[in-house]
Design a protein around this ligand. Structure first.
Ligand code: FE
Length: 365
């Protein structure tokens, strides 16, 4: 390959400009893997991400290394991203949007933030129940990693068989024992939305009322706070996403490891429909200027390499089929594998409006 310096030093001025242009075109072409010439605007991808996990940095740099496409990132929480997209409208520079939680993805889809995608790669990699319902235009969003919503309990005070289903959070035996974060948090809205799919709306509302009656304290804090509250004895059973527990298990701090060691973990409903799975997912922004690169990025996130990163770096389970991974904390807590629910995650997101009304009625703050 000729270096740009040699090229320009040996070429007369008029031809020099043309040669420089040709070289720039070559660089752009080299920046794409498939060999197809890239358009200039494909060299940078604007990513709006609500994933609050520092280990994701490595993912983005391997994508850039593999494709030459630089990622320009805007980090905000889900609400912040949606507000920004709304404010920017058609002028938005966003190409790809990553959100955590099915309820939020569904909301963004309904609000028209996404451009449906047709990708054989994504359709093959991501099971149908972990993505939006496909229309003639394509699929609005894809789950890219999953997190199980499990129960942690005080091994000293609670019998495992009293907390091995979600339903038992409302059982009389667990009176005064339950800690939870806000019912309106998307992680809970999605779990409760899944319950509606499994047992119907009336039974879900009665169950939520029972959970409120069993609370050890008013809802507060995040998932990690619930695990700590069980370990400290303030409550005896709580809901958490698995990666928060895995983070404590893998923490370098002895006090975190002690918290994790003090609690038992149950993957609920193994004898019935399986443990509730939530997702983190991605979509192409409605007004994306770099649509092709955006799809490519989503396809990369569904690749075995990226899926492994979600599992090993952030303690999530792969969403793509047939991906093996090695995470000692996930293996230890699940015993290697577990039964997960198969309800369409898009329906779970859709149920959040009805669920919020139930929460208001039963006083689940
Ligand atoms: Fe989280």
């Amino acid at each position: 390959m000729t270096s740009p310096r040699r090229l320009t030093s040996r070429t007369p001025a008029p031809r020099r400009a043309a040669a420089t242009r040709a070289f720039a075109a070559f660089l752009l072409a080299a920046a794409t893997l498939g060999g197809a010439p890239a358009r200039a605007q494909e060299a940078v991808l604007n990513l709006y991400s609500a994933r609050h996990y520092p280990t994701d940095e490595a993912l983005y740099s391997s994508f850039t290394k593999a494709t030459g496409i630089r990622i320009q990132r805007v980090d905000a929480d889900d609400a912040g991203i949606l507000a920004r997209l709304r404010a920017e409208g058609a002028a938005s520079p966003a190409d790809v949007i990553l959100l955590v939680d099915a309820a939020r993805l569904w909301r963004a889809e309904v609000d028209g933030m996404f451009r449906p995608v047709k990708s054989a790669v994504l359709e093959k990699a991501i099971p149908a129940h972990l993505r939006a319902k496909a229309t003639d235009e394509g699929t609005a969003w894809f789950g890219l990693s999953t997190r199980a919503r499990v129960l942690v309990y005080d091994k000293a005070r609670v019998k495992r068989e009293d907390v091995d289903t979600y339903e038992e959070l409302a059982a009389p035996v667990n009176k005064g024992r339950v800690c939870t974060r806000s019912g309106a948090h998307p992680y809970n809205l999605s779990l409760f939305g899944a319950m509606v799919e499994h047992i119907g709306a009336p039974k879900t509302e009665a169950w939520l009322k029972g959970v409120v009656d069993n609370m050890a304290r008013a809802p507060k804090g995040g998932d990690t706070d619930q695990i700590r509250a069980v370990a400290s004895g303030e409550c005896a059973v709580a809901l958490t996403n698995t990666y928060y527990l895995a983070r404590l298990m893998r923490s370098a701090k002895p006090e975190d490891q002690a918290v994790a060691a003090r609690v038992g973990v149950v993957f609920p409903n193994q004898a019935s429909w399986g443990t509730h799975l939530n997702i983190a997912g991605g979509a192409v922004a409605r007004h994306a200027k770099n649509g092709a690169a955006a799809v490519r990025f989503l396809e990369y996130l569904a690749s075995p390499e990226a899926q492994n990163h979600f599992a090993n770096g952030n303690n999530e389970w792969p969403a793509a089929v047939g991906v093996s991974f090695d995470n000692p904390a996930l293996k230890a807590m699940s015993g290697g594998s577990f039964k997960s629910e198969l309800v369409p995650i898009s329906r779970v997101g859709m149920n959040q409006v009805a669920v919020q009304q139930m929460l208001d009625r039963v006083g689940f703050r």
